[in-house]
Structures are given as structure tokens and as C-alpha cells.
Design a protein around this ligand. Structure first.
Ligand code: ADP
Ligand code: MG
Length: 279
């Protein structure tokens, strides 16, 4: 089993270059996830969540900026090192359970297949039954995938991702398109993986119910970190270069170009827009 790793991004920028026009999906993301932490990645559709997750998983290199997983910097790895990293240390669950599974194998077959590959690349996976039990997929692991419900497929995909016993698990919307009960099973399984294996988990979700159960959430807005939630409290986060994004609800009240003064009052800071009456 690989020890949990921390994740650090520094000034992460990603631009998709396509014919005619470029799309800036991420425009400077500084994020630190502690080893063994679980965070939820929130944000509207198109805000850059999947891009960020794919970069963290080393699926493709960022346009600019750096990603560290533990002491390793992803962009400094050789293709061979990156292969081994992906096989042993970091598992990426793509959105849509089936994209992570071989359709002609059972759940157990999928986990075994993942372990063979992981072992070949130097991982030391746990026994198949341990992984299936860990995520609560033991009961239906021997049935053909075609017979499984959406939530069960998602748990099998989670077992496959955990098969190499990685230190980092990246899951893209594992609970979207599921009913309440199935969502609960997936969330419980993720939290159990974290509790039992200490795996660092980054989970993309747009579900407030799921987000509310996570100790920390990071909201992505227009390719940047727009805010953080800690134990249910919302915070704005100062970026590495000293910018502070406005909370969404203040955007309408403080339109672009508004002059504001930031004043220190005792231990607090007062944000004073120009034109507001003095107290
Ligand atoms: P999210 O997962 O938050 O919905 P994405 O990371 O998928 O956001 O997308 C961020 C932005 O990048 C969007 O504007 C999206 O249209 C664009 N985008 C995503 N993938 C590609 C791609 N392969 N080529 C071009 N643009 C892309
Ligand atoms: Mg997405």
C-alpha cells in the first residue's frame, strides 16, 4: 500500500488549444490538499473541475504551473515514472462509472485486472476481497456488469480505482446521476476508504448534500479558486499572488470597477465601497 500523499498546485494554468480559438480552463490555481485529507471540488459546469482533476492525475501536462504529489513534481517525471505513478500512487476515476470498467468482465474480474496491471508496474495491492469489502461491493462483484444498477457500478469503479492501494484517489462526480440511496452508498464508501486506508481524496461533486458531508470543500469559479467551505462555514481565499475573489453573493452589489477600501478595524477588516455613507 502506498502512503497517503499531499497535493500542491502552484499557479496552475490550463489552456485547451483548438482550431480557431483557445479555451482557458484554469487560470491560476493554488491548492494544497494535506496527506490523508478528503476535499470536495465544487463549482458550476464548465468551471474547470474535471480539467483540474485530470491534471492532478497526470493525464496531460498543464499549460503552466506546477503540481506536486508528495515530493514528486509531475511535470519533472519521465513517461516511465509517470506510468508507475499512475499505476501505484494515484488513481483517477473518470466521470461515468463505465468509462473505468471493462464491460465483459465481472466486478471482481475488473478489480483483478487492475491489480495485475498495478503489480506489473510495481504496486503492492491488497487482496481482491479486501478491496471489494472496503467499498461494500462484495455482494454483487460476481455478477455481470450488465445486471448492476448505476450505484453498484460506481462502487465497482471505486474498487478498481482502489485496487492498486494508491495514496491518492481522484474521483470525478462519482455520485452524480444516482438516487439518494445509491449516492449515500458511494459517499459512505469514499469516507470509509479515507478512514481505513488514509487515502487522500479529491472528489468532484455538484451535489450540496454530498458537499455538506465533507470536512472541506473548494469551489472552482471560472478556472480559479472562488472560495472554500470548512465545516459548513464559507470563506474567501487569498491567492498566492495576493488576490481575493469576491464571494458570489457580493458580485451583484459590487460590480466590476467598484472602488473599495479595505480598512483594519481592531482584529477585523472592513470592506468599504466608495460612495457608501460613513458610519
Ligand atoms: P467542469 O468539469 O467544471 O464542468 P471542465 O474542466 O470540463 O469543467 O471544462 C472547463 C472548460 O474547458 C470549459 O469551458 C470546457 O468547455 C473546456 N474544455 C474542457 N475540455 C475541453 C477540451 N478537450 N477541448 C476544449 N475545451 C475543453
Ligand atoms: Mg466535469
Amino acid at each position: 500500500m502506498t502512503a497517503a500523499e499531499s497535493i500542491t498546485t502552484v499557479g496552475l494554468v490550463h489552456i485547451y488549444r483548438s482550431e480557431g480559438h483557445d479555451v482557458a480552463a484554469l487560470s491560476g490555481v493554488d491548492l494544497v490538499v494535506g496527506a490523508g485529507e478528503v476535499i470536495g471540488l465544487l463549482g458550476p459546469s464548465g468551471s474547470g473541475k474535471s480539467t483540474l482533476l485530470a491534471l492532478l492525475g497526470g493525464l496531460f501536462p498543464p499549460s503552466a504551473g506546477k503540481i506536486f504529489v508528495g515530493a514528486h513534481e509531475l511535470s519533472a517525471m519521465t513517461p516511465r515514472e509517470l506510468d508507475a505513478f499512475q499505476a501505484r500512487e494515484s488513481s483517477l476515476m473518470l466521470q461515468g462509472a463505465r468509462r473505468n470498467l471493462l464491460p465483459y468482465l465481472t466486478g471482481r474480474g475488473n478489480v483483478e485486472f487492475a491489480q495485475v496491471r498495478a503489480r506489473r508496474l510495481g504496486a503492492d495491492p491488497a487482496p481482491v476481497d479486501d478491496v471489494l469489502d472496503l467499498v461494500g461491493a462484495g455482494e454483487f462483484a460476481d455478477r455481470p456488469l450488465a445486471e448492476l444498477a448505476a450505484g453498484q457500478l460506481q462502487l465497482i469503479a471505486l474498487a478498481v480505482a482502489m485496487a492498486p492501494a494508491p495514496g491518492v484517489l481522484l474521483a470525478d462526480e462519482p455520485s452524480s446521476a444516482l438516487d439518494h440511496e445509491a449516492r449515500e452508498h458511494v459517499l459512505t464508501a469514499l469516507l470509509r476508504v479515507n478512514a481505513h486506508r488514509g487515502t487522500t481524496i479529491v472528489v468532484v461533486t455538484h451535489d450540496p448534500e454530498v458537499a455538506g458531508r465533507l470536512p472541506r470543500t473548494v469551489t472552482i469559479r471560472d478556472g480559479r479558486i472562488g472560495g472554500e467551505g470548512r465545516q459548513g462555514e464559507e470563506y474567501a481565499v487569498v491567492t498566492a499572488d495576493g488576490f481575493l475573489p469576491l464571494p458570489l453573493h457580493l458580485r451583484a452589489e459590487l460590480p466590476p470597477g467598484t472602488l473599495v477600501r479595505l480598512e483594519k478595524v481592531g482584529a477585523d477588516y472592513l470592506l468599504r465601497p466608495q460612495g457608501h455613507p460613513e458610519e
